[in-house]
Design a protein around this ligand. Structure first.
Ligand SMILES: NC(=O)c1ccc[n+]([C@@H]2O[C@H](COP(=O)([O-])OP(=O)(O)OC[C@H]3O[C@@H](n4cnc5c(N)ncnc54)[C@H](OP(=O)(O)O)[C@@H]3O)[C@@H](O)[C@H]2O)c1
Length: 384
């Protein structure tokens, strides 16, 4: 495993981090398969991964009770006695804060769930411009100071899906140690983008990347035109390998998180990480990736990264899955096969036609998608 220094903290973090938002499950999303997930983590840690990312709501069903991811990690690290081998990152659910006392209550609950006295990297989760002033007024930055000084957290950070100008404003508003942003070869100009990434790194913040494969889209749906470009490349690489290598080529990126949920994905990403040196892609390889970008940019219909923040839908629609089918159909230029899957795999209530237009999902969407309009499109194209 290769390691890089996490910004000004100087901590040596593995370039591949384990994202604990998409662990193997038993049936429903809130039921983590403890045995399979433990085995994956055993292997990840044995192979040198030392950065684990979770958050209060991961593997939850959108309720205020939080999810099962932190609880699983706490139990796993406790039972395996491997707490000291890893940097643990988790996040304060900023959207659930109503009064100042909530911040300490969440942190204390998270320490209990994670079975630890100190969280290494504690992030303000999913900062949004429209809530930022409210959070500042609530005293969130003073709260971070206090939690660092009393030892409940070691380093501070934030994650956001908001735009570059906001990222810069947040970077300048506090002595952060790190930040977590969505970035992959298709997202250089959206959200924080390359400009936000470089700005944060320039100010000494460690940079952790989420959704490096756009939530799996870049590996799962490869349009024929893209596959033809990969096939012509002088080196044989899988789409996931290309995408990850692209990120590790950038020296300012410290950790790339991937939400791996099979042994095969973990194994492949570990192998890719072994060569993840900065500036290791040739100009010819970078040119190939430029060609692929051009093709994708014309093909992706809905920019959904399948993070699931929009869920649960009060009508029961499986929003990410509906968009996933639409993207697949458009990219593969094959409606009939994908339509079959749409009807076969989704229950009646989970399909787009059930949208009541309440718009709750749009408030929560990390990608600022006009979900209602896109669901109408899914219904129009798949609904008969
Ligand atoms: N702070 C935030 O707001 C926020 C938001 C999103 C994510 N995150 C964090 O960032 C982490 C990483 O994001 P992500 O999970 O979206 O990462 P990602 O790597 O873009 O997507 C993960 C998905 O990619 C697929 N995958 C991974 N490795 C693969 C491989 N070698 N070959 C083929 N497919 C592969 C899997 O999809 P399939 O399951 O379909 O096979 C997996 O579920 C999350 O787990 C979470 O910890 C944070």
């Amino acid at each position: 495993m290769l390691y890089r220094e996490m910004g000004k903290t100087g901590e040596k973090v593995s370039i591949l981090g384990f994202g604990c938002m998409r662990l193997p499950i038993k049936g429903s999303y809130d039921q983590i398969d403890f045995e399979k997930s433990s085995k994956l983590l055993d292997h990840a840690l044995d192979r040198g991964i030392n950065y684990l990312d979770t958050a209060y709501p991961y593997h939850g069903l959108g309720t205020a009770q939080g999810g099962a991811s932190e609880v699983f990690l706490g139990e796993y690290l406790d039972e395996s006695s491997r707490h000291d081998e890893v940097f643990l990152a988790t996040k304060l659910p900023t959207w659930l804060l109503e009064e100042a006392g909530d911040m300490g209550r969440f942190l204390d609950e998270q320490l209990q769930r994670l079975k630890t006295d100190c969280i290494d990297f504690y992030l303000l989760h999913s900062l949004k411009e429209k809530q930022w002033f409210q959070l500042e007024d609530l005293g969130v930055l003073e709260f971070l100071d206090e939690a660092v000084s009393d030892g409940r957290i070691k380093y501070t950070g934030f994650s956001t899906h908001d735009e570059t100008s906001f990222v810069k404003e947040v970077v300048d508003s506090y002595q952060w140690d790190m930040c977590q942003i969505q970035y992959n070869y298709l997202d250089e100009n959206i959200q924080a983008g390359s400009e936000g990434l470089q700005y944060a790194a320039g100010k000494g913040l460690g940079v952790v990347i989420m959704e490096p494969l756009k939530g799996g889209v870049l590996a799962d749906y490869v349009p024929q035109e893209v596959q033809a470009i990969w096939d012509d490349a002088p080196l044989r690489r899988t789409p996931a390998e290309w995408a990850l290598r692209y990120l590790w080529d950038i020296p300012e990126i410290n950790v790339v998180l991937s939400g791996m949920n099979t042994r095969g994905q973990l194994k492949e990403n570990l192998e890719t990480a072994a060569d993840g040196l900065p500036h290791s892609l040739t100009s010819e390889e970078l040119k190939i990736m430029e060609e692929v970008k051009q093709v994708y940019q014309g093909e992706i219909s809905v920019e959904c990264s399948r993070c699931g923040y929009c869920m649960p839908c009060p009508s029961g629609i499986n929003i990410p899955q509906c968009f996933s089918y639409l993207n697949q159909a458009e990219m593969l230029e094959d409606y009939s096969e994908v339509k079959n899957q749409y009807y076969f795999m989704l229950k009646d209530t989970q399909r787009a036609g059930n949208c009541l237009e309440c718009g709750l999902c749009e408030e929560l969407c990390s990608q600022h998608i006009n979900i209602r309009e896109e669901l109408r499109k899914v219904e129009k194209k798949m609904g008969s």
